[in-house]
Ligand binder design. Structure first.
Ligand code: AGP
Length: 637
């Protein structure tokens, strides 16, 4: 949540800060701001702080900068997703100290901000915003005064020391950057449980919450570890750990094009990302389904040993992928599996059992709820003492350089390439594929060991053969449904409620269809297991409530069709996501999906869900890529 950038070097900072914020706008976009420090020209002389902030999208801030300017070679920037305080200009970052010479941007939540605010107010400090962040510039300024900054020539070491000594006062998770007009050539950044990395340019450094902000600047990065603080000057980086000891670390290189976000000729990132799914699948097939083997994952043999149960922690769309994953791990690999909302797990974890594999699923690798739940599980398992209860953590993510990746020993990188649209699409498909791979890998080993699994060897090989055909099927589906859903969207012009139904392995896809529609079109939608309708929700149905029903041949095909009939009898407009044929003639509108093995069907049925939501929202003229109140990475609990 929120994106921060900070630059120091020899060029004008503001244009690069604004470009960095543009790339991070997916993290929050209700207000934005920058602060730059303009040097006086003579060495050691204090400079001037320029601070510009604007409510709304980044274009508003850019317009202010074009009109007013913000000179200086050092600066910080922020794009906000409101946590404390309404999305108004006075709550936008940067926040300043009382003198207006020290500025701070922060991503995270300072949990004890109320106590700190009261303490500062008692000392006579006036607050100008409702944010938790504003305590930080006041605390740093107070510490600078205590260190005698006013009496002596200010220097970068003093700023560093003041920040280091304030950080232990802050409770919560944060990434922050500080500039001070008295030291125009210095920048201090720090992180605790929120992402921050430093990009190393030529004689300049660009810090950011995420790699897209570094596009076109550098590929050489130094991700900050938890608790670290860095002092940056044009001459170099001084890195310190939480204990204040100097740290030396070699920078790494960003590979591929994972940090380049380009809309190409598509109207929205979301549509482009839906269209990229055949490629996501093709890459996954090429990497993980090699000829002559069932499945190849980057996990060593010891990983699979001793796993008796699986728990999966995730949020939102990632949780829907986890639900499909749990179905596969139980029905195909025969391993009892439970899925938890990460935000609930932390406060009500199930009793500890031995032989547990814990999987954290998060496309961004930065979701605070998921990371906190994983950390809690790791801690309580380590505390148990019996090796049978030791933590075994696997992460499934699209961001191998994320906080999640640094936290877990085993990782499945879904390799979908950067996803910018707030609504997850290709990363959902990537997460599904990771679970297909994992379930197949467990099933293969358990079969060989004589344990009960859902398919014999021949059955597993048939599934893999069908998976190899997936990229082509997806290509056809995306092309076909892009057109069909464009035509269908106008039917939803006045719709206020939609029900999505599915059963078995397609129940999570019904949930995902409803979530996609809600988040980008603001239409109320619910996903239900089709059989559950008659136990209450059916009371909602009438001619104004369309029902989207996923009916794929297999174990529950007839049951889903009967449930659809029940909805039709209540005058609901029926939209079927099902193979064309006499059985599915009951649907008023059909979004046809080819018949495949029921276990593989979610990989296909999700496509019409995504395209239907997209076209309904686009038809309504909504901001599909940046829907209201949302952000791509939810880095607050
Ligand atoms: C997806 O469309 C949503 N924007 C949201 O539910 C998302 O899946 C959730 O916040 C989890 O994000 P993560 O995968 O990065 O952890």
């Amino acid at each position: 949540m929120c994106g921060i950038v900070a630059l120091i070097g020899s060029r004008e900072a503001a244009p690069q800060l604004l470009e960095g914020l543009r790339q991070l706008e997916y993290r929050g976009y209700d207000s934005a701001g920058i602060a730059t420090v303009e040097a006086d020209g003579s060495p050691g002389a204090p400079g001037r702080l320029h601070c510009l902030r604007a409510e709304g999208k980044l274009v508003n801030l850019t317009a202010r900068w074009e009109a007013e300017g913000a000179p200086g070679h050092c600066g910080i920037g922020h794009t906000r997703w409101a946590t404390h305080g309404k999305p108004e200009e006075r709550n936008a970052h940067p926040h300043l100290d009382g003198s207006g010479r020290l500025a701070v941007v922060q991503n995270g939540i300072i949990e004890n901000h109320r106590t700190l605010r009261e303490e500062l107010q008692a000392e006579g400090v006036t607050f100008l915003s409702d944010t938790d962040t504003e305590v930080i510039p006041h605390l740093v300024a107070r510490r600078l005064r205590e260190l005698g900054a006013e009496g002596h020539a200010a220097d970068a070491a003093l700023l560093l020391r003041a920040v280091q000594e304030v950080l232990p006062l802050l409770h919560g998770a944060y990434a922050l950057a500080v500039v001070w007009a008295d030291v125009p050539g210095a920048l201090v950044v720090a992180r605790r449980q929120a992402p921050l990395l430093i990009g190393l340019g030529e004689g300049e450094f660009l810090c950011a919450s995420d790699t897209p902000a570094l596009a076109g600047f550098t590929r050489t990065i130094l991700p900050l570890e938890d608790g670290e603080v860095a002092l940056l000057t044009p001459l170099g980086i001084e890195l310190y750990n939480a204990a204040g000891a100097r740290v030396q670390r070699t920078p790494s290189l960003l590979s591929g094009t994972e940090h380049v976000a380009d809309k190409r000729s598509f109207r929205h990132f979301m549509l482009k990302e839906i269209h990229e799914q055949p490629e996501t699948a093709a890459l996954w097939v090429a990497r993980h389904l090699p000829e002559g083997a069932l499945v190849a994952l980057p996990l060593d043999e010891a990983f699979y040993e001793g796993v008796e149960e699986i728990e999966i922690l995730a949020c939102g769309t990632s949780r829907h992928a986890a639900q499909v994953g749990a179905y596969l791990l139980e029905q195909l690999a025969g391993i009892p599996t439970n899925v938890f909302y990460a935000s609930e797990f932390r406060y009500a974890p199930p009793p500890l059992v031995p032989g547990m594999l814990t999987i954290g699923v998060t496309q961004s690798g930065e979701t605070a709820d998921t990371l906190a739940a994983l950390a809690m599980e790791q801690e309580r398992r380590l505390g148990h003492g019996d090796p049978a209860y030791a933590p075994k953590l696997l992460g499934i993510t699209n961001r191998p350089e994320s906080s999640l990746s640094r936290m877990v020993p085993h990782l499945l990188d879904i390799g979908a390439g950067i996803e910018v649209g707030v609504a997850a699409t290709k990363t959902f498909l990537g997460q599904l594929l990771a679970f297909y791979g994992l379930a197949l890998a467990f099933a293969e080993r358990r079969l060989a060991a004589g344990a009960p699994v859902g398919r014999d060897r021949q059955g597993l090989e048939t599934l893999v053969a069908e998976l190899r055909a997936l990229p082509q099927q997806l290509q056809q589906l995306v092309d076909d449904h892009d057109r069909r859903c464009t035509e269908l969207a106008h039917l939803f012009a006045d719709t206020q409620d939609v029900i999505f139904l599915g059963r078995g392995i397609n129940y999570p896809i019904a949930m995902e269809g409803a979530l996609k529609l809600k988040e980008i079109s603001y239409i109320h939608a619910e996903g239900y297991p089709a059989g559950e309708m008659k136990h209450g929700p059916i009371a909602l149905l009438d001619a104004r409530v369309p029902v989207v029903s996923i009916a794929m041949p297999g174990m529950v095909f007839d049951k889903v069709l009967s449930n659809a009939q029940e909805a039709k009898a209540r005058d609901a407009q029926l939209i079927g996501v099902a193979p064309a044929g006499p059985d599915t003639a009951l649907f008023d509108t059909l979004l046809p999906v080819p018949e495949v093995d029921e276990l593989l069907s979610p990989l296909l049925t999700v496509i019409p869900m995504q395209l239907l939501s997209y076209h309904i929202a686009a038809h309504r003229g909504l901001d599909v890529d940046q829907p209201r109140n949302l952000a791509k990475s939810v880095t607050v609990e």
